[in-house]
Design a protein around this ligand. Structure first.
Ligand SMILES: Nc1ncnc2c1ncn2[C@@H]1O[C@H](COP(=O)(O)OP(=O)(O)OP(=O)(O)O)[C@@H](O)[C@H]1O
Length: 256
């Protein structure tokens, strides 16, 4: 039996108004995200990926269409859903440690447990030694990692991630991808991961949804590559090469 849908999107349209002109960012999108899946959403810049995630997170409302989370209409942000946005949302007046602790503080977790959990997560994202630094004292990549740790601190059942590793160097990206997969494998969390990188989409996802202009689904296919997936080995794997070609073709088609 297939896993129940956590997110169900139907006929989703989002139009922005700028200088009296309507800009359609997403038109008539249908999408179901099954519980426990790792879905990568692949698309070129401007195709509406962030808009879709903002809508799924309940940060903006659809112009038309519906979004349901576990069968209930999405009416705003919810604690079960963690969202790692493209832009930096760390609190500048809080140290790394205090930023990571924030969701635990909001959740009423006692101070001692909070400290331990935050320390664990800071280590996981490779930032031990920087606990007392402030966001302005960190590189862009380090700030992304703090944001990742903060999101994980809330222990959300669903993770929405908008190009979380795009700004990182290749080595660190590979390490955090592996860490994310490990966490996902252990937790049964549902992940919707936006990227414009074909290789990343294939390394991570058990399903890839390719979006074209205005969020049109150009391709939606399961990825059966065995795990763990090693980038160096995959690059010479005929199945991976064929998938890479298929996604590349879909991206081109989506741009039309
Ligand atoms: N607040 C807004 N007001 C007006 N137009 C917007 C707004 N947000 C997004 N858009 C427009 O909607 C379209 C989709 O933008 P979106 O940020 O969702 O794309 P994206 O696929 O995430 O791009 P990227 O990969 O570059 O982040 C773009 O044409 C963008 O200009």
């Amino acid at each position: 039996m297939s896993a129940p849908a956590v997110i169900e999107v139907s006929g989703l349209t989002k139009q922005f108004v700028k200088d009296d002109l309507g800009i359609v960012a997403v038109r008539d999108l249908d999408l179901e995200i099954a519980q426990g899946g790792f879905v990568t959403v692949l698309g070129r810049s401007g195709c509406g990926k962030s808009t879709v995630l903002n809508l799924l997170a309940g940060l903006t409302t659809p112009t038309s269409g519906t979004i349901a989370y576990r069968g209930r209409p999405v009416a705003g942000p919810r604690t079960e859903v963690g969202y790692l946005t493209q832009s930096d949302t760390l609190m500048p007046w809080r140290s790394v440690h205090r930023n990571v602790e924030l969701p635990l503080e909001i959740g009423g977790v006692p101070a001692q447990r909070r400290r331990e959990r935050a320390a664990e997560l800071i280590e996981k994202v490779g930032l031990q030694g920087f606990e007392r630094h402030y966001p302005r004292e960190l590189s862009g990549g380090m700030r992304r990692r703090v944001s990742l740790a903060r999101m994980l601190a809330g222990d959300p059942e669903t993770l929405l991630m908008d190009e979380p590793f795009g700004a990182l160097d290749a080595q660190l990206r590979a390490e955090l991808q592996a860490e994310l997969l490990r966490l996902w494998g252990e937790s049964g969390q549902t992940v919707v991961f936006v990227t414009h990188d074909i290789e990343e989409a294939l390394l991570l996802g058990d399903r890839v949804v390719v979006l074209g202009r205005v969020g049109r689904v150009v391709l939606d296919r399961p990825i059966g590559l065995p795990r763990p997936r090693d980038a160096d080995e995959l690059r010479v794997d005929p199945e991976f090469v064929a998938l890479h070609r298929e996604l590349s073709q879909a991206l081109r088609e989506g741009a039309r």
